[in-house]
Design a protein around this ligand. Structure first.
Ligand code: SF4
Length: 242
């Protein structure tokens, strides 16, 4: 299951609540009028410019082991190194909200409108994360349609730069995935261009394979512990009555 994946713009538009939360305003808090106006304006600009795209490529467990090792800079112990050997299927992926949005963010900052630039930046970051989730859901649905999604299997995305997988791992990932086809490249600092892009591996595995305890050294510095919500979503997911 490899190749470019097309998404509607709606797949890359995050909820207002997600964006406000990213700006430090929790769901039950009052939103200052100026912030609400900025976010509304930024959403309008974003919706006009977002141009989502994605690509994926299946890899064997043996090949992924080499990709994952990367430049040898991963943490000594990570969740993914214990998960991927038990996967039923591994698929490299990259998604982006497009260069137009990223260019507009830079333009707003350089033109002296940092507040709007910041609002646009938080929307684009949340949009790129949402797109990675959309890619995982699309992949899971494609596997289900092709009959290769066994009962109880779930797909979750894992990305370099998180949870012990060093960001330099993107080098080998890009060598195999070749996301330049959809306009994503990697610079010498391992930053993706467009900046609001996400790369990683889609792990299709039995539900319980995605579970782990957060007893890694790097977890002590992790504020949001996002893995807990991801794992819970997999455990709660009963699509198709599985
Ligand atoms: S607690 Fe944070 S750093 Fe640790 S595994 Fe979860 S998301 Fe990763």
């Amino acid at each position: 299951m490899s190749g470019a994946v097309h998404f509607p713009s709606s797949a890359a538009i995050p909820s207002r609540r997600t964006v406000l939360s990213a700006q430090g305003i929790p769901g039950d808090a009052a939103v200052p009028l100026r912030v609400a106006e900025l976010v509304d304006e930024a959403f309008e600009i974003y919706a006009d410019l977002v141009d989502p795209a994605g690509i994926r490529a299946d890899v064997s467990i043996a090949d992924f082991a080499v990709i994952y090792r990367g430049e040898g800079r991963n943490a000594p112990r990570t969740p993914l190194e214990a998960i991927f050997p038990d996967a039923r299927r591994l698929t490299l992926f990259a998604v982006t909200v497009g260069e137009a949005v990223c260019g507009e963010i830079l333009r707003r900052f350089s033109d002296g409108d940092p507040a709007l630039g910041y609002a646009l930046d938080t929307i684009a970051s949340a949009g790129a994360e949402g797109l990675a989730g959309a890619m995982a859901r699309d992949h899971q649905e494609c596997l289900a349609r092709s009959g290769t999604m066994a009962s109880g299997m779930r797909v979750l995305p894992y990305s370099p730069g998180y949870c012990g997988w060093h960001v330099s791992g993107q080098g080998k990932l890009f060598e195999v995935l070749r996301p330049e086809e959809i306009g994503i490249s990697l610079n010498e600092s391992c930053l993706m261009q467009p900046l609001k892009s996400v790369s990683g591996v889609l792990v299709a595995a039995d539900r319980e394979v995605h579970q782990f305890d957060i007893d890694f050294d790097f977890c002590a510095d992790c504020a949001d512990q996002g893995c807990r919500e991801r794992i819970q979503s997999v455990l709660d997911d009963t699509i198709g009555g599985q």
